[in-house]
Design a binder for this molecule. Sequence first.
Ligand SMILES: Nc1nc2c(c(=O)[nH]1)N=C([C@H](O)[C@@H](O)CO)CN2
Length: 120
Amino acid sequence: MDIIFLRGLRIETVIGLYDWERKTKQAVILDLEMATDIRPAAASDDIAHTVDYKAVSRRLISFVETSGCLLVETLAERIAGIVIEEFGVPWLRLTLNKRGAIQGCDVGLVIERGHKPGHA
Ligand SMILES: Nc1nc2c(c(=O)[nH]1)N=C([C@H](O)[C@@H](O)CO)CN2
């Protein structure tokens, strides 16, 4: 199994439970690992045979900027659904960092969704 990754994708959006959080934008930072088999693209040298990380990043920026979720859980689950359903990714690991939510530390979550190729 091969991995195509995006690290440190920083997107400004409205997210959070509290009144003040509904009136301003905060940054979320995404690290995304997407399972793939790079060999068809390597053999053909054709972007059509792989996951286009530029297309994924553009789609996620567009979605997250206007998402408006209350919880990081909701946002992460929706991102995972987009990547799996729209880009044909069989398995992913997503780290969503809501930096700035708690002073003095990073906070967020890590989820894995789908099935790793070659595993039941
Ligand atoms: N598990 C979660 N806990 C909390 C969340 C969340 O999205 N998931 N959100 C908040 C507030 O919005 C917080 O980020 C404001 O600092 C608190 N706990």
